[in-house]
Design a protein around this ligand. Sequence first.
Ligand SMILES: Cc1ncc(COP(=O)(O)O)c(C=O)c1O
Length: 399
Amino acid sequence: MKEFNPAQAIFAIKNTEHDRGVNISISDSATFYFPTAQEMEDTFHGKVEAYLYSRHLNSTNVALGKALAAMENAEAAIVTGSGMAAITTALLHFCNTGDHIVASNTVYGGTFAFMKNWLKKINIEVTFVNIDNPDEVKAAIKPNTKVVYTEAMANPLLTIADLPALAEIAHANNAKLLVDNTFTPMIFSPKNLGADVVIYSLTKFVNGKNDMVGGAIIGTEEEIMGMLDLNDGTAMLLGPVMDSLRSSMILKNLYTLHIRMQKHSENAMYLAKKFKTAGVNICYPGLETDRNHELMTKLMNPKYGYGGMLALDFGTYEKGAEFLRILQEKGVGFLAVSLGYFKTLFSNSGHSTSSEMPEDIQKEIGLKEGLTRFSVGLDDDIEATWKLIEETLKEISVI
Ligand SMILES: Cc1ncc(COP(=O)(O)O)c(C=O)c1O
């Protein structure tokens, strides 16, 4: 089979704007009129397809959804006001009270907190597992398991999920495989690897500008339209809809995602090699010595590299914190959470994005005190950036 090209799939979409604008128009209406009362009624009964209300669908959100579905080789998508809105909507759609989820124990802190603390309010049980151990995943499955949930590249240790193996386990037990691909858009095409539903925080690499939050759920037409059902659709009734102005902005940024991912990956690989040679403890799946290298190489779309994320261990929290403070002072990037920005962002995972995870679980998954997450930016002169980093490593006596 010809290798799937997610960027080309987006470019292949035909723009059919009535005013011949090269960009999609921004839908500026919360509601839409009908020529006749009969047509209104028919639309509400699903007999006619028309826009009826913007929490349901509007042309701009549909355009972004179409582009994201094309990127994932999928049928349809909903865009939401945040990544967490996408995650919570998808989980609440596929699970009912009394159901069970098997989830990776290395997921984004907000996802972890929702699963561990919130879902029990409605009696949905979650078993957290080491997602890279298929036997553990299999053993955790129960007759009422509806969802197996993982990140393709997991927060914050950059663990790679064996998606085909997980899909096999999920499908053998009539469960859906939901994959958060936020760290690795275009690098992985989870649907092609067996996932049922792909979830994004668009806030990160996909938008890439750190000027908004957004999310997406990508799946089959049936799944997505089910979420939008007027009577019992989780997205329709919980109302996590994205604002159409934001959709239009993200859609424009989507058309440069392939170039940005390549540059993020190129810069991250350069820095990873330098950190490694300098003797800093580093996780980066692009390094041949990394525990995830082989699996990632097997599953990825090679054109986009190994991604822009690095995890570095400085031993103690204080050492890592000092390193980041000086790097920010030197202008290397920002001491800030989030990722996928054009400038480098860095943070201590255990004290920020994974702080929702109790300390004992942080220990169990190997999240160490001094673990520092880097989202490497689009620096044009990465050698100059490394010089500043090397200088800082010397200043704090790491090298
Ligand atoms: C992997 C991952 N998924 C989901 C989210 C949540 O997305 P948002 O902040 O857009 O709600 C984040 C946020 O940091 C994340 O890192």
